[in-house]
Design a protein around this ligand. Structure first.
Ligand SMILES: Nc1ncnc2c1ncn2[C@@H]1O[C@H](COP(=O)(O)OP(=O)(O)OP(=O)(O)O)[C@@H](O)[C@H]1O
Length: 775
């Protein structure tokens, strides 16, 4: 038994040992197995990690290369932009100089031309009248010849009575001469001609004297004075007119071309006239050769003083005189011809037609012809002057349209540079101003310039657009709505109105009280949702808004009740991109324009408004509306965020003028303090100072991304046209001019789906989190 027990114990012991060994072996095997398993798992994880690492590195290299490429491209663009800017600057300066030069030249030319034209037209009218009378007098020979002498003389008397009722002496002398000379019509006509000539000369002399007086100091004096006092006044008048025509010829390119062309044509006419003159001589010779007695010819020529040859002479003479006059006009000095050239008649030295000893009748005819030629030339000059005047008008019109185009392109370049756009709006005179008898001192020169009359003269300001008092809300919005598309595209936009109290800021931004004329804010709501509607097939949009007022240095949420707003703390913060947001403010979503408008109306009901002396519904706070438009591209998943800030600033005001007291005085002080801080920021930015005092006031903090930041900004400067506000108007315009010099750097707030995903992977890997491999 004992042995058995011992044996069993041994067996148990052995079994225990075997079990221990087996357990140890199994354990080791299990451990080995687990170790191998985990080692494998670890290896596979490591491989995966390496693969990810490699992938990320590859992507990094790719993006780095892409970044480098973009940077190079950007650098190239920056360089190109700066060269372009330099060129544009130089061209703008050049154009500016040219413009000023052209303006000076045009205004002096216009002055000169106007004074020349006025006096010349007067002279021409007088001379034409006189010439008409003389021509009338010279007509009768053929017609009157047929009539009985008595009737002829009666009619002559009647004519004289009608033509020159103001000269009874002249008429009497004509009557006397008619009586003395019997009933010969030629002698009667001669006497009438004499008396008319006297009158004509008398008037011409007056005009010449007038002209000489007119041209005093105009540079023509010397030439005028050199006109021989004994010269017939008609010639003196002609010389003066030609002198004026010369100045037009020299100054107006088109007139020069015209007169040169006329001179060329005149040379051809001269040749033709000379040829014509030769032909009748030959035919006359032929007639003489055929036996026509010379005495008979002279007899005939007495009865018919204007033979074809005489006519040819007259034409030749007329063309010659035109030639001299045109040469005179072109040179500006008398051509090298003797005075007798002007004085000699078509018969001088021409034995065929009477010669130097021709009778008085021919000499009268010669004078009359000369007067006719002068008259024709004067008429021609008159029409040329008219042409020049029209040409000048056209040039001025062209110049004006070119000036407007230049401003437009300049604005476009400034816009491309990122400059803040400034629109100026002039409101109409209000009832109080009209009843006070105030006068308007503000005027809109063109769509880019506004002028203000000041005691020191007219001051001109240039803006990206100027809206006159008749501009409608629709017109104003038309030029603004382009920016709303940018907000949808993911840019930050700010539209704000600045101006004196009562100048029309709220009218521009919000509209009138019953919203019959809605302003920019309600129109913007509609436009946002119209644009969203147009793009729903490509994008998914989310619109939300906040609405604040800055009242007595406190930011209040207008989407909550005034009591709750008073207890809320709203702080202005900036995100990584420098985008401003209001921490603690209620942000409400809106799915339609109507919903957004309802939110706006709810906010407006909580605003601080009061009646002042200057405005029955004056805003006592700055209104800030932020609309955030989030869009997701349905094709590539990229996302963009656009923020549209609409700001209706409270008006700058003088306590004395607005009649502010107690609480209103406190409000006014707070408004003025914030606007003054805004002025400091604008000054620092426009003069490119390193430190910009944004933190000095809540208003400047709110507007930090709109002034010198990442936003496309549009400022409305609202002004009153009345003289009683001219000081404030000038201040506002100077303020706005400074804003125009500020450059923003607007960038799209967009991220592609891929970049967002990669960023997420890198962050997770860095923190040691395990990632499933991409499918
Ligand atoms: N362009 C305009 N056409 C017609 N009426 C206008 C125009 N601009 C302003 N008004 C009228 O002038 C008055 C003052 O305008 P508004 O209240 O817009 O001035 P404001 O600059 O906002 O003043 P405040 O700074 O005191 O709030 C209002 O009755 C408004 O309807």
């Amino acid at each position: 038994m004992q042995l058995m027990k011992h044996k069993h114990l041994e067996m148990v012991h052995e079994l225990e040992e075997n079990y221990q060994i087996n357990l140890k072996q199994t354990q080791e095997k299990t451990i080995q197995h687990i170790r191998t398993h985990y080692q494998n798992k670890l290896n596979s994880l490591k491989r995966m990690l390496d693969m990810y690492q490699e992938k990320v590195e590859k992507k990094n290299v790719y993006w780095e290369e892409k970044l480098k490429m973009m940077k190079d491209l950007n650098q190239r663009h920056i360089e190109e932009k700066s060269t372009l800017q330099e060129r544009i600057k130089m061209e703008a300066a050049h154009w500016d100089r040219e413009k000023n030069k052209m303006l000076d030249l045009f205004s002096s030319k216009l002055d000169l031309l106007h004074s020349h034209q006025a006096s010349t037209l007067q002279e021409l009218q007088v001379t034409r009248l006189e010439l008409g009378k003389v021509q009338e007098m010279l007509k009768p020979p053929e017609a009157e010849e047929e009539r009985p002498l008595s009737e002829n003389s009666n009619t002559a008397q009647e004519d004289q009575a009608v033509e020159d009722p103001a000269t009874p002496e002249a008429e009497k002398s004509v009557q006397a001469q008619i009586g003395a000379c019997g009933k010969l019509p030629l002698v009667g006509a001669q006497a009438r001609l004499e008396s008319l000539k006297e009158n004509l000369y008398k008037r011409e002399r007056e005009i010449t004297l007038l002209l000489q007086g007119d041209t005093d100091g105009s540079g023509l004096e010397g030439e005028q004075n050199s006109i021989n006092a004994t010269q017939p006044p008609c010639l003196a008048l002609l010389s003066a007119v030609i002198q004026k025509a010369h100045s037009v010829y020299m100054e107006v390119e088109e007139a020069k071309l015209l007169i040169d062309h006329m001179a060329e044509e005149n040379i051809l006419a001269l040749e033709r006239a000379k040829e014509n003159l030769e032909q009748p001589t030959t035919s006359e010779q032929r007639t003489t050769e055929q036996g026509e007695p010379r005495a008979k010819q002279e007899e005939l020529s007495e009865e018919q003083p204007i033979s074809p040859q005489t006519e040819a002479h007259v034409t030749l003479r007329r063309v010659e005189i035109s030639q001299i006059a045109l040469e005179y006009i072109r040179r500006g000095t008398r051509p090298a011809v003797s005075d007798s050239t002007w004085d000699t008649g078509p018969w001088s030295g021409d034995p065929e037609s009477g010669g130097a000893d021709g009778n008085a009748e021919r000499s009268e005819y010669c004078t009359a012809e000369r007067v006719k030629v002068v008259g024709q030339q004067l008429l021609q000059l008159q029409s040329e002057l008219q042409q020049v005047r029209e040409e000048n008008k056209r040039i001025i019109e062209n110049y004006n349209s070119e000036r407007i185009m230049r401003k437009k392109y300049y604005n476009m370049v400034e816009d491309m540079k990122g400059k803040i756009r400034v629109f100026c709006r002039i409101r109409p005179m209000n009832r109080v101003e009209t009843s006070n008898g105030s006068k308007s001192v503000v005027d809109c020169l063109d769509e880019y310039s506004v002028t203000v009359e000041t005691p020191r003269g007219l001051k001109e300001f240039q803006f990206d657009k100027v809206f006159g008092r008749a501009s409608s809300q629709e017109e104003v919005f038309r030029d603004t709505s382009r920016l709303i598309q940018s907000a949808i595209d993911g840019f930050n936009i700010c539209i704000f109105a600045y101006g004196q109290t009562g100048s029309g800021k709220t009218f521009t931004m919000v509209g009138d009280k019953d919203l019959k004329n809605p302003g920019i804010i309600p129109r913007t709501f509609r436009k946002i949702f119209d644009l969203i509607q147009e793009n729903t097939s490509k994008f998914d949009f989310k619109v939300s808004a906040y609405m604040l007022e800055l009242y007595n240095d406190r930011l209040l949420d207008l989407f909550v009740s005034p009591a709750e707003a008073f207890n809320r703390k709203i702080e202005i913060k900036k995100d990584k991109k420098g985008l401003v947001f209001a921490q603690g403010a209620e942000t409400m979503g809106a799915g339609t324009a109507e919903e957004l408008f309802a939110l706006f109306e709810q906010g407006c009901a909580n605003r601080h408004i009061a009646a002042t002396k200057m405005n029955s519904e004056s805003s006592r706070s700055h209104l800030i509306i932020g609309i955030i438009i989030e869009s997701t591209n349905l094709t590539n998943g990229s996302m963009s965020y656009g923020k549209l800030s609409l700001v209706d600033l409270a008006g700058s005001e003088r306590a004395a003028k607005t009649g502010a007291k107690d609480d209103q005085l406190k409000e006014a002080n707070s408004i003025n303090k914030s606007l003054s801080a805004l002025g400091d920021v604008i000054f620092a930015l426009s003069s490119e100072q390193v430190y910009v005092p944004y933190r000095n006031n809540k208003l400047t903090q709110v507007m930090q991304d709109s002034l010198g930041g990442n936003a496309k900004t549009l400022m409305f400067v609202n002004i009153s046209p009345s003289d009683c506000n001219s000081e404030e108007t000038l201040t506002s315009l100077a303020y706005a001019t400074r804003v125009k010099a500020i450059t923003n750097n607007a960038q799209k707030n967009q991220e592609s789906k891929e970049i967002a995903h990669l960023k997420e992977i890198i962050t997770k890997l860095k923190s040691g989190q395990f990632m499933e491999e991409d499918a």
